[in-house]
Design a protein around this ligand. Structure first.
Ligand SMILES: Nc1ncnc2c1ncn2[C@@H]1O[C@H](COP(=O)(O)OP(=O)(O)OP(=O)(O)O)[C@@H](O)[C@H]1O
Ligand SMILES: [Mg+2]
Length: 230
């Protein structure tokens, strides 16, 4: 499942005084089984680019495809459907439901698929155990720590076994041993032939041996030669 972006742009608040050109003519191709690390300063467009790749938002210009699916100009319900089928997305700010339990949040992607409560639980528990948060499964998210929320967001992204995993600063709230554990999980997904795309500045992520390619954004443009490219 190859991902291709051709001259993709994203303008927020187009033609208004608060217009922002967040991405400018970004072209790239990512092969199945790659693990790509996306770097760039705050405001350079990383989250915007990940959101387009993850079928969360549509670009305002250019074309984009995941495998044989064109994703740039889709009605919202198709984009949502592709996202559910193809993508696990770890949001930078988690996007968890504060009043719902950890277990409900993590199993949320299974609801539209009609998976029974028993199977939802069976799928979630090993994942929560692996991430060290199973003892919090019945806690409402508002009672969780930053690192626990981060792990909840990661567990939710993995519950569907997605072919494409996109993670926006997934280790920002984690201590080093936990960050290493997360990278091991991502590397294992990559080893299974899944595609992993991570926005991060964390040296532990950036220099991880499983990373196949580093990309850098600056002012909404992809740099030809990212700093520190191996
Ligand atoms: N929904 C939005 N409406 C208007 N402007 C936006 C919106 N989302 C992002 N922007 C703007 O687009 C630019 C790129 O934002 P983006 O969140 O993609 O950057 P980023 O590289 O992820 O930054 P950070 O490292 O701080 O997370 C920023 O200038 C931001 O203010
Ligand atoms: Mg961001």
């Amino acid at each position: 499942m190859r991902i291709v972006l051709d001259q993709v742009s994203k303008v927020y608040n187009s033609a208004q005084p608060n217009e922002v050109v967040a991405l400018e003519r970004v072209s790239l191709a990512i092969d199945k089984g790659e693990m790509v690390c996306l770097e760039g300063p705050s405001g350079s467009g990383k989250t915007t680019l990940l959101s387009i790749l993850g079928c969360v938002i549509a670009p305002t210009g250019g074309s984009a495809s995941i495998g044989d699916k064109k994703i740039a100009r889709l009605p919202d319900h198709f984009r949502t459907s592709y996202r559910r089928q193809l993508v696990g997305f770890v949001f930078q700010h988690f996007n968890l439901l504060e009043e719902r339990s950890l277990l409900e949040n993590v199993t949320l992607p299974l609801y539209p698929l009609g998976v029974s409560p028993r199977v939802r639980r069976e799928r979630a528990l090993p994942l929560l155990q692996r991430l060290g948060i199973d003892h919090r499964r019945d806690f409402p998210v508002r009672q969780l720590s930053g690192g626990e929320r981060q792990r909840a967001a990661i567990a939710r992204a993995l519950i569907n076994d997605p072919p494409l995993l996109i993670a926006d600063e997934p280790t920002a709230h984690l201590d080093r041993p936990l960050a290493g554990e997360i990278m091991d999980i991502f590397a294992a997904l990559k080893a299974e032939g899944r595609t992993v795309i991570i926005a991060s500045h964390d040296p532990l992520v950036v220099t991880h041996p499983a990373v196949t390619r580093r990309l850098a954004l600056h002012g909404g443009r992809l740099l030809a030669d990212p700093p520190g490219q191996r």
